[in-house]
Design a protein around this ligand. Structure first.
Ligand code: NAP
Length: 309
């Protein structure tokens, strides 16, 4: 008889890792399946995390590895494989990777979210050639150069502040005249002299030869277009949930592709729970992702009390 896990956790961001910690403490037979080489999810791309209680100013990479170490120390089981398909509706759920088929009674979906694209000409063509979605990963290539950041949320503000430390000049290009980033970040932006905010502006095209050389910017109020010379363009226009795998699994998604689930993580499919950025929620932060992981394990434990074939 093939092994049947109590719980499989898919994803190793703060939601998946906190689920792994709680599952070990509950002595569940649990396995975490992670796709990336580094645990921690999106947080590892953050230069500094200053709102996770108790760990002020920790780097995203360090927070990711600390969470992973915690799960390891408790004996968490991990495999690095990419999940290719899921069968979730029966009492025994199947999680298939290229190499293996895993069987489990419950699943926590914690695959997080990925970068939303701008969808303008040049974005794909210059990917890795001046177009980036990760300032902490690629910012060093733009030392003493001119960079642009597209977006008006926390990530765009953090990226602009981070890039300004090494770049000669940073343009923050936002489609409205108000940022949605946290006030503390807006204040920090104001105090960063080499950041210039281009309000009511959108990028309509990214241009260059082998590398990015300029952006076409449209003023959404006047309709005027102009060309802005830059060496790099960082795109921080939000996230989209990694729910592609869930097509045809019976798990209900909202119109934006997020799994419909509440605080207890319960989806419409019995035994399937959703944690972190992948689910419908008010606030997508590390702390709420970590809380989701804990809540999902509690829901899974309750479900397991009455599980039968
Ligand atoms: P976000 O908060 O959704 O912001 C996305 C930004 O991009 C918005 O300003 C939006 O403009 C703009 N935008 C969206 N589509 C666009 C398009 N097609 N063209 C131009 N601009 C576009 O996303 P995020 O900054 O990636 O953050 C994701 C989540 O993680 C958020 O919940 C955020 O709070 C959280 N987060 C928190 C922290 C922290 O607490 N330190 C750090 C990072 C991320 P509008 O404003 O006009 O909609």
């Amino acid at each position: 008889m093939e092994h049947l896990y109590d719980l499989i956790i898919i994803g190793s961001g703060p939601a998946g890792l906190s689920a792994a910690i709680y599952a070990r403490r509950a002595r569940l037979d649990a396995l975490v399946i992670e796709a990336s080489y580094v645990s921690g999810g999106q947080v590892v791309n953050t230069y500094e995390v200053d709102n996770y209680p108790g760990l002020p100013g920790i780097s995203g990479m360090e927070l990711g590895s600390t969470l992973r170490d915690h799960a390891d120390r408790l004996g968490g089981q991990f495999v690095r494989e990419k999940v290719q398909s899921l069968e979730l509706e029966g009492p025994v759920k199947l999680v298939r990777t290229r190499k293996n088929e895993y069987r489990t009674k419950t699943v926590v979906l914690a695959m997080g979210a990925g970068h939303r694209k701008l969808g303008v000409p040049g974005e794909e063509e210059f990917g890795g050639m001046g177009v980036s979605y990760c300032a902490t990963c690629d910012g060093a290539f733009f030392r003493d150069k001119v960079a642009a950041v597209a977006g008006g949320g926390d990530v765009a503000a953090e990226d602009a502040i981070f890039l300004a430390r090494g770049c000669r000049k940073v343009y923050l290009i936002h489609r409205r005249e108000e940022l949605r980033a946290a006030m503390v970040l807006q204040e920090a932006l104001k105090e960063t002299p080499n950041v210039e905010i281009l309000w009511n502006s959108v990028i309509t095209e990214i241009r260059g030869e082998t590398q990015v050389r300029s952006l076409c910017i449209r003023d959404v109020i006047s309709g005027q277009e102009r060309e802005l010379p830059v060496d790099g363009c960082f795109i921080a226009v939000g996230i989209t949930p990694n729910t592609q795998l869930l097509r045809d699994t019976g798990v209900e998604l909202d119109d934006s592709g997020y799994i419909i689930a509440g605080e207890d993580g319960k989806t419409n499919v019995p035994g399937v729970f959703a944690a972190g950025d992948i689910r419908t929620k008010q606030l997508r932060q590390i702390i709420t992702a970590a809380a989701d992981g804990a809540n999902c394990v509690t829901s899974a434990q309750n479900f397991l009390l009455t599980w039968k074939l």
